[in-house]
Write a protein that binds this ligand. Structure first.
Ligand SMILES: Nc1nc2c(c(=O)[nH]1)N[C@H]1C(S)=C(S)[C@@H](COP(=O)(O)O)O[C@H]1N2
Ligand SMILES: [Mo]
Length: 406
């Protein structure tokens, strides 16, 4: 095939992927012409998101939810935040997609087609909480560069796939294995094919957990393109950046993975507390592992107005990284006193837990409802912003909503 034809064909099929339908007369389209459907892309339509989602960046796409959009027990696609570091891969063909397991610590590298993964290994489904390490970044002062996430960079969807540990057992891993690192099909913003937008991973102990999946379904259907179709690594409870989308290679490393966004200030925090704004040396930083205890009031929406004498039912979710949430409380007096909420057990390990309470207010006026979760190691959420760090990670301060009683 002549190169010119090849380029034209590739473009047509990528248009088709983005539009979600075949371009029937695509061959008649002038070269260089962009179909109307793609001229001013509407992200809410394109990604099937709730129009109340908030676009933080469109190059690359970064879109967050609001607390009240996350009310469902299992987060539907329409409310799931999008966090991209690069350009979404185009023209994915699941029939030719492969996953290669390689690296210093594999006995022999091995490549699987999607069909092989699905037929060879048992299928498992888990609800897994994925929170961006930078969720809550907008509150840091001095401000941290990066997407200014407020509270909406978290979701708990249901993921179906095969266990990474079953695949690694089939490949054969050497005893000197320390870490895994994922590689994926998205492109670097510079379009330089030698650069990866992100290539992170986790220690073997996390990689080998039952709940660490190579997922091909989300909420019972194919994973939406923007969330990692056709194959995604999912490691609940850790910064969601570990959960590589569009994954096509996993390297088993004999040292801590050193891919893009594993070093410097990326997904790393000071080992010891530092003053806001302080410069931190590389060797004084450590990689974020389990996410801290946190919660979100998803009902009512902040600004709710209720009548005097009525009780207000509140509800939401709480999560604690690798741990469980042991206790959930709320306060209506700015944290002076706390009352107990009822909190469910997680549907499986690493799934968020639902809480609710019935709140009474003493008289008419303005109130704030604050929520605070405590994990099984008796660590509670701080009421105010926790330790400042250069990139604004791990803000697990109590969530709060405003309520007016009339
Ligand atoms: N291949 C790839 N995987 C990725 C990313 C990415 O840019 N490329 N972003 C990571 C980050 S930082 C986050 S927070 C989550 C976001 O997942 P979501 O967009 O499905 O919500 O994906 C992670 N996996
Ligand atoms: Mo992230």
């Amino acid at each position: 095939m002549k190169r010119r034809n090849f380029v034209k064909k590739a473009t047509l099929s990528s248009f088709a992927t983005l539009i979600g339908a075949e371009l029937v007369f695509g061959s008649k389209m002038l070269e260089g012409y962009t179909p109307l459907a793609l001229q001013d892309p509407d992200p809410f339509k394109m990604f099937k998101k709730n129009p109340e989602m908030v676009v933080l960046n469109d190059k690359p796409w970064n879109i967050e939810a609001q607390a009240h959009l996350l009310d469902d027990a299992i987060t539907p696609n329409s409310s799931m935040f999008i966090r991209n570091n690069g350009l979404v891969p185009e023209a994915i063909d699941p029939k030719t997609w492969t996953l290669t397991i390689d690296g210093e610590s594999v006995k022999t590298k091995k490549t699987y087609t999607l069909a092989e993964l699905k037929s060879k290994f048992a299928e498992h489904t888990y609800q897994l909480t994925l929170e961006c390490g930078g969720n809550g970044r907008s509150e840091f002062d001095p401000p941290a560069k990066g997407n200014q996430w407020t509270v909406g960079a978290v979701h708990c969807a249901s993921w179906t796939g095969v266990r990474l540990k079953d695949v690694l057992e089939d490949v054969g891993i050497k005893s000197n294995a320390v870490y895994i690192g994922f590689h994926a099909a998205d492109k670097h913003l510079s379009q330089n094919p030698k650069k990866e937008p992100i290539s992170r991973g986790c220690p073997m102990s996390k990689a080998l957990q039952d709940e660490t999946l190579l997922a091909f379904k989300m909420n019972g259907n194919d994973i939406p393109l923007i969330h990692g179709y056709p194959l995604r690594l999912v490691a609940g409870g850790w910064p969601a950046s570990v959960s590589g989308k569009w994954v096509n290679r996993i390297s088993i490393r004999n040292k801590v993975h050193d891919g893009t966004k594993m070093t410097g200030t990326a997904y790393r925090v000071p080992k010891n507390p530092v003053a806001p704004g302080e410069k931190v040396k590389d060797e004084d930083m450590c990689i974020i592992q389990s996410m801290p205890v946190k919660s979100l009031i998803t009902y009512p929406k902040t600004g709710a107005v209720i009548s005097q004498g009525k009780t207000l039912g509140i509800r939401g979710h709480a999560w604690a990284g690798e741990l469980e949430v042991a206790k959930m409380e709320y306060s209506i007096d700015f944290g002076s006193t706390w009352q107990t909420c009822s909190v469910d057990k997680p549907s499986n390990r690493l799934a968020w837990q639902h809480f609710n309470a019935s709140v009474s207010f003493p008289k008419a006026g303005y109130y704030e409802v604050w929520a605070r979760a405590t994990d099984t190691k008796n660590v509670a959420q701080p009421m105010l912003l926790p330790g400042w760090n250069p990139k604004g990670y791990l803000n697990n301060a109590c969530h709060r909503i405003a309520v007016k009683v009339k």
